[in-house]
Ligand binder design. Structure first.
Ligand SMILES: C[S@@+](CC[C@H](N)C(=O)[O-])C[C@H]1O[C@@H](n2cnc3c(N)ncnc32)[C@H](O)[C@@H]1O
Length: 281
């Protein structure tokens, strides 16, 4: 993939950062997202008044400021560049947004991101990938992650938008702009003991699930044979799959939450019939 952030000339940025003895990892030089990309990112994630947006490497604050002003959200941004953080807080004050948008001088790798319902970043490609473990460890299932230009390797994006923008030419030499939207998945991996409607199984069914970040696959052991889960999908806490049994296909929908799965199944004579699963011993 082409490089949309200049990969050089970023080192000098840290000279003014008053954030402690450890020199932070350089996650990218200051290159603001074009305002149209900011609006498109926030619209893609359907940001609204209930959201708390955190921008890692917030620059002049435009993402969090736009989220507050246009989309009614709250949030904060962190940056290691003192001057940019000051500028962003001044802009929040000037726009009457200080109660909903604030900015701090902080290393983004050490920032507590647990409060985010939407997390945004426009960082170097290796940095985006260095953050993968942190994102999975700290963000709640269902949190939306927006990345400008660079993907999270191994994650399946929920949505993906590509556009051409003239104002990217002076940054990267090309017009290509990408926005990736991801949804943090719940943990579904493991062996579950499922209770299905009696029409499908009178006995508890063993459900074996394998998960690789946003990908999930597995099988249900029913009537002494393993039936593969078809079209298994995990989006945040929402887990859906199909099972082909006795010549019919049943559509399962469930929520993976609090160490259990609960949901409904449809197919044949079944409509909104309850099913659930608990971790198997
Ligand atoms: C490409 S700019 C993105 C600015 C803004 N998010 C936007 O999209 O307009 C990346 C920002 O990350 C900041 N940055 C780089 N390394 C950082 C680190 N370790 N901790 C916090 N901020 C960092 C830079 O100072 C720069 O402002």
């Amino acid at each position: 993939m082409h490089s949309c952030l200049p990969l050089v000339a970023a080192g000098a940025l840290f000279a003014s950062a008053a954030i402690g003895a450890d020199k932070p990892v350089n996650a990218g030089p200051y290159v603001p997202s074009p305002t149209s990309v900011v609006a498109d990112m926030l619209a893609l994630a359907e940001v609204g008044p209930k959201d708390f947006v955190i921008d890692l490497g917030s620059g002049d604050g435009r993402i969090v400021l736009t989220a507050a002003k246009v989309f009614g959200a709250r949030g904060f941004g962190v940056d290691i560049n003192e001057k940019l953080v000051k500028e962003a807080n001044e802009a929040a004050r000037a726009q009457g947004l200080s109660d909903r948008a604030s900015f701090g001088i902080q290393d983004l790798f050490k920032t507590d991101i647990r409060k985010a319902t939407v997390l945004t970043m426009y960082l170097l490609p290796n940095t985006v990938n260095m953050l993968k473990d942190k994102l999975l460890a700290e963000l709640n299932p269902g949190t939306r992650i927006l990345s400008h230009d660079y993907p999270l390797a191994g994650w399946i994006p929920e949505k993906y938008v590509q556009m051409d923008l003239e104002d990217k030419v002076h940054i990267s030499g090309v017009t290509t702009t990408l926005i990736y939207l991801y949804v943090v998945p719940a943990r579904a991996e493991g062996r579950w003991s499922a209770r299905l409607p009696a029409a499908l199984s009178k006995e508890p069914v063993r459900l074996s699930l394998q998960q690789q970040i946003t990908r999930v696959a597995g099988a249900a052991r029913i009537g002494g044979r393993d039936v593969l889960l078809e079209e298994a999908r995990l989006r945040g806490e929402r887990f859906t799959f199909r099972l082909a049994l006795g010549g019919r296909t049943y559509a399962f929908t469930g929520t993976v939450k609090g160490g259990a799965i609960e949901g409904t199944v449809e197919g044949g004579a079944l409509k909104d019939a309850a099913w659930s699963a608990a971790p198997a011993n």
